[in-house]
Design a protein. Structure first.
Length: 299
């Protein structure tokens, strides 16, 4: 289970211990804390389409906030099923009721800096998966907030954030339904957070996500040292830079091969990447640099 802290717009991740659930693992920061008792929920609104989340509110959340996030989650759930294109995984997803709690006022689980996703398995079976997502209502954020790269926290931002958080669910399940092999939380932060950012930008409603992805790509093109292989693979920002690495992987190797990393039965993430993409680190970096050069070339 994890808490994502959006401090000054820059996302940092910590793992939390969730009472009653078996934690999947810890994010890169490796810190733990007790998230506290379950919040009192004012109302619950089941997704009538039969998709895999339950929208809840804590406090008096304005209707436009509920509608904005519900639309983003509904579109995101549908788009994620299309992206993963795995009937076994999608069947499990549709059997779930992921709690998405919108908070009217900031607290330790949801505030202007933090959105929290708590998840885990009650036993070894994928069907025992539990997750809950906590987000502060968009209108409860102070006006004028921007992200770490100076983008406004507008409607499109909150839509992407909602789908980013929701994407945790199929990503975690994809590495569990195969039985043996590596698990998502053993992967480096740039892969986990970059993948979630990529899905948030490509599966949220509208075209704003594609534009945001282009802006992040341009930033990495302008400063290619954000990705370095002097000693392993070092990605400066797991989110803003990691999403560009995931874009590269999808465009260079194809979505099927990227998804096959998740389904690989190899015992470690690195071996799964090599087996699925058919390259070692040197080959990966050659492809990366060639791709970056093409991004910087005039149309």
């Amino acid at each position: 289970m994890k808490t994502k802290s959006y401090r000054r717009g820059l996302v940092a991740t910590m793992a939390l211990a969730c009472p009653g659930l078996v934690p999947i693992g810890m994010d890169a920061a490796g810190t733990t804390s007790d998230p506290g008792s379950r919040p009192e929920i004012a109302s619950t609104e089941k997704d009538a389409s039969g998709r895999w989340y339950v929208l809840e509110t804590k406090g008096d959340v304005p209707a436009p906030d509920r509608e904005l996030l519900d639309r983003a989650l509904r579109t995101g759930a549908e788009s994620l099923e299309v992206y993963f294109d795995d009937e076994g995984l999608n069947t499990i997803l549709r059997s779930l009721s992921i709690r998405v709690v919108i908070h009217a006022e900031p607290d330790e689980l949801a505030n202007e800096y933090t959105a929290t996703t708590r998840s885990g398995f009650a036993d070894d079976s994928p069907a025992s998966y539990h997750a809950e997502i906590h987000m502060l209502a968009p209108s409860a954020h102070p006006q004028g907030l921007t992200t770490s790269i100076g983008e406004p926290k507008d409607r499109a931002y909150y839509e992407r954030l909602a789908v980013h958080e929701l994407s945790t669910v199929p990503l975690e399940l994809a590495t569990r339904i195969k039985g043996d092999g590596w698990r998502l939380r053993s992967a480096p932060a740039w892969f986990v957070q970059g993948y979630e950012e990529y899905l948030g930008m490509t599966c949220a409603p509208g075209d704003a996500g594609a534009a945001a992805l282009d802006r992040r790509t341009a930033m990495v093109v302008a400063d290619p040292h954000q990705v370095d292989d002097s000693f392993g693979l070092d990605v400066r920002d797991p989110y803003a830079t990691g999403v560009v690495v995931l874009r590269f992987m999808h465009e260079r190797y194809g979505a099927d091969r990227v998804r096959s990393i998740l389904l690989s039965r190899e015992p470690t993430f690195g071996r799964a990447v090599r087996a699925s993409l058919g390259v070692d680190l040197d080959g990966f970096m050659r492809d990366w640099r060639a791709w970056l050069e093409r991004q910087s070339a005039p149309d």
